[in-house]
Design a protein around this ligand. Structure first.
Ligand code: ADQ
Length: 484
């Protein structure tokens, strides 16, 4: 099969993601202000750098009637922004309903039951169609389009029909479930079909890619075959095209956190944090979106047990838990917030004293410099998701520890566990296991800390976000674009 279109000169891809890298915030006087959007995808892609000609298609973050608000003019090196409007009704069906009420819990091992509702699916389909059209309008002839995440799984198939000349990549930031979970979704076949519109489908871990393969085998077009190259995991033919499936663990820009954390001001702040938390021997830290998948309650329960058993003592141990507000209009999120705050109160009620709580809890979004000072201050970062595509927070922590201090307690069910073998790996469903790991982490010698931290930092230095984007885009552009 001969290539019918030469690759475009435009080196940078069109990025299609639910969110633009900025969010429109109403100011009350009818105008909007733009601020950086929360979340891992924005963190990862906005630190890629050198994105002069990138176009970014996405939602501005606030439901609108009619046209989306005009985006800010691009920075000198920033991407051109193409906002996709989403109405209040579509916010309820596409975003809260199908994406976050059905797909998010299902893809995270159904830690809460997914909500199945045909009206949500209709909204999801409609909004995916709108994104596909916007991408089709934005892509140059023979251009590359990189679609992101679970909100937009129908876009590759729709875009392929609109613009068969483009190369289409899809990357899923969250886990992909195996067939036993996926079959709960009445629209599993349509989602698999939508994804197969891509030339390259990327997952965070081999386990997620294998889940996708099991779904194809049982609920889709049949099992995929062997990969076309050693860098990929599976390959298949679809309507006379090659579709590649690969594993591309996302990362961060470690140099950025290394730089931030070693600034004198950050280090001074880190010392101040230790003062303000009562100069504990052991300072534990959790940083998460306040999401039921993140296992915040699991780690609080582990800490409570250690205090109850007297294995850690108030005054000697303190914990900072930063929880970023997220999806706060949804019932499960409100419930999780309540449960987390009850667990914090219970620990402080039982083991804290006036002016000296054990858990310092912030329901807030912090800037990177503040995060870096917390990372630098903490003896142990505790990341205990029940399920997580990757978990960038633990990588940010490692990158911030140029002093080779600190320890990482990490869930086995985070994608990052496949890479950071020197972390203390735990089963987040077992508070006794987390507790045991916390004790090991606080008791490890400085030499042991340094050994583990140096190994994890070496891994990150080789596998940063630039390498991630480069590997994905090279795999995507390696093959000629062909039609049947
Ligand atoms: P998230 O579920 O958002 O990302 P994560 O990977 O940990 O999870 O990224 C969170 C990002 O938000 C980090 O960059 C972190 O610094 C930032 N953040 C968290 N709490 C914050 C706070 N209080 N203030 C400011 N910033 C805060 C999804 C998937 C992950 C996957 C990423 C990227 O669920 O598994 O790693 O996408 O693919």
């Amino acid at each position: 099969m001969e290539p019918i279109v030469e690759p475009s000169d435009t080196a940078e891809p069109v990025i299609v993601a639910n969110r633009l890298p900025v969010t429109a915030v109403g100011t009350g006087d009818g105008t909007v202000r733009w601020k950086r959007s929360p979340g891992g995808l924005v963190s990862a892609l906005s630190s890629r750098g050198g994105s002069g000609r990138t176009t970014w298609v996405g939602w501005a973050g606030t439901p609108s009637q009619g046209a989306a608000p005009a985006p800010p003019a691009p920075d000198r090196d920033g991407p051109t922004l193409v906002p996709v409007p989403i109405s209040a009704d579509e916010y309820a069906t596409y975003y809260e309903g199908l994406s976050n009420g059905a797909l998010w819990p299902l893809y995270h091992d159904a830690v809460v039951p997914p909500v199945v509702d045909a009206a949500h699916w209709d909204g999801y389909t409609r909004v995916n169609e709108r994104f596909a059209r916007a991408a089709a309008d934005a892509a140059p002839p023979g251009g590359t389009v990189w679609v992101h995440d679970y909100h937009l799984q129908l876009v590759p198939g729709m875009l392929r029909r609109l613009r068969p000349d483009t190369r289409i990549g899809f990357f899923l930031h969250i886990p992909f479930p195996g067939k036993d979970l996926m079959r709960r979704l009445p629209w599993a076949g349509a989602i698999l079909d939508g994804l197969l519109g891509a030339d390259l489908i990327g997952f965070q871990t081999a386990e997620h890619a294998d889940g996708f393969a099991s779904c194809l085998a049982e609920l889709g077009t049949g099992p995929p075959g062997p990969p076309r190259s050693a860098a990929l995991r599976y390959g298949l033919r679809r309507d006379g095209r090659d579709v590649d499936v690969g594993v591309f663990p996302i990362s961060i820009d470690p140099a950025e956190y290394d730089g931030l954390a070693s600034r004198p001001r950050t280090r001074a702040r880190a010392r101040e944090i230790r003062e303000r938390t009562g100069r504990p021997h052991h300072l534990l830290l959790g940083v998460d979106r306040l999401d039921y998948t993140k296992g915040i309650e699991a780690r609080l329960e582990a800490l409570r047990r250690l205090l109850e058993q007297g294995r850690l003592r108030p005054g000697e141990v303190a914990m900072v838990q930063v929880a970023t507000p997220t999806r706060s209009g949804m019932r499960e999120y409100a419930r999780t917030r309540r449960r987390v705050e009850e667990a914090v109160s219970r620990i402080n009620g039982e083991y804290g004293s006036v002016g000296a709580p054990v858990v310092h809890y912030l329901y807030d979004t912090l800037d990177r410099e503040r995060l870096a000072s917390l990372y630098r201050a903490a003896d142990v970062l505790v990341a205990t998701p029940y399920r997580d595509g990757m978990n960038l927070v633990c990588k940010e922590y490692v990158a911030s520890r140029g002093d080779l201090g600190g320890a990482l307690v990490l869930s086995r069910f985070a994608g990052a566990a496949a890479e950071l073998a020197e972390a203390h790996l735990v089963n987040p469903f077992d508070p006794a296991d987390i507790a045991q790991a916390l004790v090991r982490a606080v008791e490890q010698s400085p030499e042991e800390s340094a050994r583990r931290m140096a190994a994890m930092r070496a891994h990150l230095a080789e596998n940063d976000v630039h390498a991630w984007a480069h590997l994905f885009l090279s795999a995507l552009t390696a093959a000629p674009v062909t039609t049947p």
